[in-house]
Design a protein around this ligand. Structure first.
Ligand SMILES: O=C(O)c1cc(C(=O)O)c2c(n1)C(=O)C(=O)c1cc(C(=O)O)[nH]c1-2
Ligand SMILES: [Ca+2]
Length: 661
């Protein structure tokens, strides 16, 4: 079975199944494919219990599927399409949790929902966000809930818009709240009456200014792990809100517990220890990335460790009993820091890194997308290696001078819609982008091997007792590699990108590999041209299940043609309007419609949208004509004059890229 998000409490994503192995993986074939019926990103780890796969696809649609036949047993749709423009990265989910006959779903709109595992009927649901909070509309849930004893834990996202992060534990049977832990302090003098109270007194000493206006950030939008032996829960905490430390905290203090791993008492939520990977985060360097527990021999002594490869580019090994730093080294190109203090693990920052101090734009690796993002890494105790879907992508950081707007992208970093860079600058940025599967030795803190991918932002990883590593990629494949050498032994044309992590299970003596295919999440939405590096990779979303000698074939698929024709016959004349439109586009539109108004395929390409030049544009953007499809109304946020500026910018980009001779 595959009962927990990371398979078991170690969350190593290592199955000891070995029927499929290095000697026969070339015989691996499709057992069945199941259409998910949605058209956005697939990020979830399926859960397999009692012969049933529990999936959650885009828009949080949950399905129970027979794990041998592929028959759909039931489906539950929480109806979150209208909320799908909330959050940074599309209507994605990283999975459900299944426990004693219940399926738990964290829905995009903030609800935690318990379903009956047999029927898919709702047993209970709670709204985890305080709807009276003026920042409430900025919250989302994309992560998988985690069951810990008789509690189910869930965090949230939204730190690109202005929120205050927290994790809440609910009783599995009733949905009654057991405890809540805030990750950053609230407004001074306003008590929380939460499990985090004492820790927040300590954390508040590391903040300055009036950060609570923007919430401060610290969202726990992905990793929550549990060590039953120690009774500790480990929470991966995200970036500051806004990113810009000057704007958030007057440029003062480490801002606990941003970009930290925090250990809590599993029963009460009380603080136990923390380790901060990026003090005073200013780059969206979350420490929400997946956490793996292992027992490693280090300097001749057995150590209970926890491992993480957060966005900031350093691979960390910590003592999971105490939070003590054991070791850390860069696993990708890192320019914002020159290394870590060998005793404390505190980064030694490059002088240019804090763009708000220098007043200069500062080009740094990794970008806000991270050296490693949410696609989970895996650890094989057989090889002693961690397998990381990693990347080198740089990014120009500069302080924003305009006022930040709650409810829009509120990073405090100057955003460019993709119109201000010269072609040379863009080419340089794009040429530096690389994606890898890196095998990392956590004891020696050294790379063992790496596979070069076609483009960055590739799939999560599964390691197996058959000596294999499975990972999808943005070049439309699921692939298997030799865990010792990285040699590519097998691949399958999935007709679309595979970014979700594969799982494995066995039924009646047959081992299966299962994965969701489908592209979405942050990169294809915002990346624009950059995200097209691997070509057009949006295709049918499916559950794909493989076994030895599987004989099924996918129906043929032809990717849709790209946009071909400009929507205007001349570039708009008003350059000032185009420039204003570039800024407005960056703040309101880019996160779905892409840098430079280039769609990587997940959403309509506005450069070729007949809606933009006509009357319908205002109906869609200001009056919510397509709200049911997830395109929200921007009434009250954008004036008709601003809409005109956005139109000018889109038309200019359309003419630049698509005008016919
Ligand atoms: O700060 C946050 O609250 C937050 C939330 C999320 C999310 O919930 O998906 C992402 C991020 N940040 C983020 O920085 C990021 O790179 C990211 C990528 C993705 C994705 O699904 O592809 N989500 C998120
Ligand atoms: Ca973030």
């Amino acid at each position: 079975e595959w009962p927990l998000h990371g398979l078991d409490d170690t969350a190593q994503r290592f199955t000891d199944l070995e029927q499929i192995n290095t000697g026969n993986v070339d015989r691996l074939g499709l057992a069945f494919a199941h259409d998910l019926g949605t058209d956005r990103g697939q990020e979830a780890t399926p859960i397999m219990v009692d012969g049933v796969l529990y999936l959650v696809s885009a828009y949080d649609v949950v399905q129970a599927v027979d794990a041998v036949s592929g028959e759909l047993l039931w489906e539950y749709d929480p109806q979150v399409r209208a909320a799908s423009a909330r959050g940074c990265c599309g209507p994605v989910s990283r999975g459900v949790a299944v426990h004693e006959g219940k399926v738990f779903l964290g829905a995009l709109d903030g609800r935690l929902i318990a379903l009956d595992a047999k029927s898919g009927q709702v047993v209970w649901e709670v709204q985890t966000i305080d709807e009276a909070d003026p920042l409430a509309v900025n919250y989302t849930i994309t992560g998988a809930p985690r069951v810990v004893g008789d509690l189910v834990l869930i965090g949230n996202g939204g730190a690109e818009f202005g929120v205050r992060g927290f994790v809440t534990a609910y009783k599995v049977n009733s949905g009654e709240q057991a405890w809540r832990f805030y990750t950053v302090p609230g407004k001074p003098g306003v008590p929380d009456h939460a499990a985090s109270d004492n820790a927040m007194d300590m954390a508040a000493e590391t903040w300055a200014g009036d950060w609570w206006k923007y919430g401060g950030g610290g969202t726990a939008w992905d990793a929550i792990e549990y060590d039953p032996e120690l009774g500790l829960v480990y929470i991966g905490v995200g970036n500051g809100s806004p990113w810009n430390h000057q704007m958030r905290s007057d440029g003062k203090g480490d801002n606990l517990f941003l970009s930290s791993i925090v250990a809590l008492d599993a029963k009460t939520g009380a603080y136990r220890w923390h380790f901060q990977t990026t003090p005073a985060d200013s780059w969206d360097y979350t420490a929400t990335q997946n956490i793996i527990l292992a027992d490693l021999e280090i300097d001749g002594k057995p150590r209970k460790v926890l491992m993480q490869a957060p966005k900031n580019g350093f691979f960390y090994v910590l003592d999971r009993e105490t939070g003590d730093f054991i070791s850390g080294k860069p696993f990708v190109n890192v320019t914002w820091a020159t290394g870590l203090d060998p005793k404390t693990g505190r980064p030694i920052e490059a002088p240019s890194a804090r763009y708000y101090r220098t007043g200069e734009p500062s080009f740094q690796f990794p970008s806000s997308g991270g050296g490693h993002n949410w696609p989970p890494m895996a650890f094989s105790p057989d090889t002693g290696l961690v397998y990381i879907p990693a990347q080198d992508v740089g990014m120009p950081y500069a302080a924003a001078d305009e006022e930040q707007v709650i409810g829009a992208y509120t990073s405090g970093v100057a955003m460019d819609g993709g119109g201000a860079m010269t072609k040379e600058q863009r080419d340089e940025l794009y040429a530096g982008m690389k994606g890898y599967l890196i095998a990392w030795d956590p004891v020696r803190q050294k790379e063992a091997w790496r596979v070069n991918q076609v483009a960055p932002f590739n799939g999560g990883v599964l390691a197996t007792g058959g000596g294999l590593v499975f990972a999808g990629n943005t070049a439309r494949e699921l692939a298997a590699y030799d865990a010792k050498s990285g040699a590519k032994l097998w691949s399958f044309d999935a007709q679309t990108a595979v970014i979700a992590p594969p799982i494995s299970y066995a039924i009646d003596g047959v081992q299966y590999i299962a994965v969701l295919s489908g592209w979405g999440g942050g990169w294809p939405l915002t990346g624009g041209v950059m995200a097209l590096q691997a070509g057009k990779v949006v295709g049918p979303n499916r559950l794909l299940v493989f076994k030895l000698d599987g004989k099924e074939v996918l129906p043929p698929f032809t990717p849709p043609a790209g946009p071909s024709r400009a929507i205007v016959s001349a570039r708009p004349a008003d350059e000032a309007s185009i420039a204003r439109g570039n800024q407005l586009y960056a703040r309101y539109c880019l996160r779905c419609h892409g840098t430079g108004v280039v769609s990587a395929g997940a959403y309509p390409d506005l450069r070729a949208s007949g809606v933009v030049p006509g009357e319908a544009f205002a109906a869609v953007v200001l009056n919510g004509a397509l709200a049911a499809n997830g395109m929200p109304s921007f009434a009250g946020k954008l004036t008709p004059a601003q809409l005109n500026d956005i139109r000018s910018f889109i038309e200019a980009r359309s003419f630049e890229d698509l005008a016919q001779e």
